[in-house]
Design a protein around this ligand. Structure first.
Ligand SMILES: [Zn+2]
Length: 86
């Protein structure tokens, strides 16, 4: 039997111009930039270790992910591609 795992990232901007990645209702910010990949970490920060590793070319392929959070997702809406915390 095949296993299905739907993994979708939504890319949005905050009003500060900073980009966020949204996965399963949680928000991630670009935390570390490396030569080929960027680490996007949960915006909650420590002690939450959730993160995704994404290639920094235009394909933005996810090469690794750790999506276990120790908190609830933030409350927000997306309007015209903009992240608005509510
Ligand atoms: Zn988190």
């Amino acid at each position: 039997m095949a296993m299905f795992y739907i993994f979708a990232i939504k890319w949005v901007f905050k009003d500060t111009g900073k980009e966020l990645a949204i996965v399963n209702g949680f928000t991630f910010y670009k935390h570390k930039q490396m030569q080929r990949t960027n680490t996007w970490s949960c915006t909650r920060g420590s002690p939450c270790n959730a993160r995704i590793i994404v290639t920094n070319d235009t394909t933005r392929m996810v090469t690794r992910k750790y999506l276990i959070h120790n908190h609830k997702p933030p409350n927000f809406i997306i309007e015209d591609g903009m992240y608005i915390r509510i």
